[in-house]
Design a binder for this molecule. Structure first.
Ligand SMILES: NC(=O)c1ccc[n+]([C@@H]2O[C@H](COP(=O)([O-])OP(=O)(O)OC[C@H]3O[C@@H](n4cnc5c(N)ncnc54)[C@H](OP(=O)(O)O)[C@@H]3O)[C@@H](O)[C@H]2O)c1
Length: 261
């Protein structure tokens, strides 16, 4: 029987914040179905250790706090000493859903609250992207450049009446994708934004009231929540060489809520 080559065979992928939710599904999809070597990251290494036991394939656990420069530096040294290179970075880490902040009006959000979210969702992605791009540029073995995927959200495109600190941080991610795509296209480093609608994870669907859950499900034309696995499958496609001449794009995964183009 002829075997189709796996989409991410021989690729080394780092997925930030990947012990649960969408990051975990992306790690599982990359490793189990697409042949990638995946570094599953958490601020707590034991949690990452537990997560990799639930994934078949080439998976490694590592500690990474994207808000901390020394953690990023230590992480890079550790990964590059074992795996030589990073081909794919998925900036998935996100500040936990916080009802207190989410339902505040824009003018009531404190500097500290805004900063907490920006620090993880935007500055965290910038911090680790810089470190990974440095290594992608240095690695002459890595002839295929690399891929950076930033996980954003549809409010960053269409606006939303709640969650302004989050929307602002996630809009920055779209700009980050474009900066990377423009500056490093000639080095064959590609970048994408995945702008997600309502995806059922413990952090979102799992922490909502029945009323809010039903309201969110009614938003898209598909009239349901998305599954983390549905995001993971798109991530595997854009990370693969099948997307070799597309970069800087925002791909909306929201069951048909925000229709552009
Ligand atoms: N679910 C949705 O409906 C939805 C919609 C749009 C966008 N998104 C985005 O998709 C991503 C994943 O969402 P999710 O629902 O799967 O959330 P989640 O289950 O809360 O996962 C977020 C992850 O971020 C990690 N994290 C938090 N602070 C971190 C830090 N300082 N450094 C490194 N990692 C950190 C956490 O890992 P540790 O605690 O293990 O460190 C956690 O596993 C987030 O960026 C979110 O904003 C989600």
């Amino acid at each position: 029987m002829i075997q189709t080559p796996k989409l991410l065979a021989d690729k080394v992928a780092v997925v930030t914040g990947s012990t649960k939710g969408i990051g975990f599904s992306i790690s599982k999809e990359f490793a189990e179905n697409n042949g990638a070597t995946v570094i599953v990251c958490s601020r707590n290494e034991e949690q990452a250790d537990r997560a990799i036991k639930q994934i078949n394939g080439k998976v490694f656990a590592a500690a990474l706090d994207v808000t901390d420069n020394s953690s990023v530096q230590k992480f890079m040294q550790q990964i590059l000493s074992v795996h030589d290179r990073i081909d794919i970075l998925v900036n998935n880490a996100g500040y936990p859903f916080d009802r207190e902040i989410w339902y505040k009006r824009f003018h009531e959000v404190t500097d500290e609250e805004q900063e907490k979210i920006i620090e993880v969702d935007l500055k965290g992605s910038i911090r680790i992207s810089k470190a990974v791009i440095r290594s992608m540029l240095q690695n002459v073995l890595n002839r295929n450049g690399g891929v950076i995927i930033n996980i954003s959200s549809t409010p960053a495109i269409a606006g939303h009446i709640e969650g302004s600190p989050y929307t602002i941080a996630k809009a920055g991610n779209i700009a980050l994708t474009k900066c990377i795509a423009m500056e490093y296209g000639s080095s064959n480093i590609r970048a994408y934004t995945l702008a997600l609608g309502n995806i059922a994870t413990l952090a979102t669907c799992g922490s909502m009231t029945e009323y809010d859950r039903a309201k969110a499900a009614a938003e898209p034309s598909m009239k349901r929540w998305g599954k983390p696995e549905e995001v993971a499958k798109v991530a595997a496609c854009v990370a693969s060489d099948n997307f070799s001449f597309a970069t800087g794009n925002t791909i909306i995964i929201d069951g048909g809520t925000v229709l552009l183009g």
